[in-house]
Design a protein around this ligand. Structure first.
Ligand SMILES: Nc1nc2c(ncn2[C@@H]2O[C@H](COP(=O)(O)OP(=O)(O)O)[C@@H](O)[C@H]2O)c(=O)[nH]1
Ligand SMILES: [Mg+2]
Length: 243
């Protein structure tokens, strides 16, 4: 039983059981703190160590998460699929969330999303960086993400303001219907497509994503964004050609 109060309201007296699926790849320097904050709030964290070559596995265990490991790197999509399956198998969670391991997401935003799902009876709550303008990012990244979202919305029953956000919350029933076939980064559009089916009660929730020196230094973030756009276009083309 955890009393939680968040900006957007409160989950009256009780935090519903929520499993947080966290894809982890070489995040040893930060992942312990990110997990510990969620565990301290009463959330169950399922961290999927995707063949990390650093000490992520030990850090995950020290932080109190359930660790699931891939012997080789399957990419973020594969890690999320493993995480959804583990959440269903090892917990009785009412909700399953996805949350990045690198400190870019805020625990308070997740609590707000749980509160919103509880109060509104939503099946799917998707984090959005563009509902409120608290997230600072470069002009180029903003343009790429907005373009990717526009392309996504053309074929989607639910119109989103941010079609590629790693902070999401779904009910257990929705989680049970997720079956990602794409393992690499292409899962992003695939997952969002599954989650925006017309019969789902869906809403977005404003989230603040931190672009830190660490998150920027990890890889090629802008190139990632271009890849996302490519993935979404490729997915759309394959959907159209099958229609
Ligand atoms: N399991 C797994 N997680 C990954 C992989 N690549 C990235 N991640 C994780 O996915 C999350 C988001 O990745 P990140 O590189 O920060 O992407 P961005 O913030 O969307 O640009 C982080 O928690 C990473 O540790 C991967 O190959 N496998
Ligand atoms: Mg990141």
């Amino acid at each position: 039983m955890n009393e939680i109060t968040v900006d957007s309201g409160s989950v009256a007296g009780r935090l519903p059981a929520t499993a947080v699926v966290m894809p982890v790849y070489n995040e040893a320097t930060v992942v312990r703190g990110v997990i510990a904050e969620l565990v301290d709030l009463g959330l169950t964290v399922i961290a999927v160590d995707d063949g990390s070559r650093d000490d992520s596995a030990a850090e995950i265990e020290a932080a109190g998460a359930i660790r699931v490991s891939h012997p080789i790197n399957l990419g973020q999509g594969g890690a999320l699929q493993t995480g959804f399956e583990a959440a269903l198998r090892f917990t009785d969670a009412k909700y399953v969330a996805t949350f990045d391991a690198d400190g870019q997401h805020q625990a308070a935003d997740l609590l707000g999303m749980i509160a919103k799902a509880e109060e509104g009876g939503y099946d799917v709550v998707l984090g959005s960086r563009f509902l409120e303008s608290t997230t600072e990012m470069s002009f180029l990244r903003r343009m790429i993400l907005k373009t990717a979202t526009k392309v996504f919305n053309r074929g989607s029953a639910h119109k989103l303001t941010d079609a590629h956000n790693g902070l999401r919350l779904v009910t257990r029933d929705v989680a049970a219907r997720i079956n990602l076939a794409f393992h690499g980064m292409a899962h992003a559009s695939e997952l969002e497509q599954v989650l925006t089916q017309p019969h789902y009660r869906l809403t977005e929730f404003p989230v603040h994503v931190l672009y830190t020196e660490y998150s920027r230094s990890k890889g090629q973030p802008l190139l990632n964004s271009v890849n996302i756009l490519g993935d979404i276009l490729a997915h759309r083309v394959s959907t159209w050609s099958r229609a």
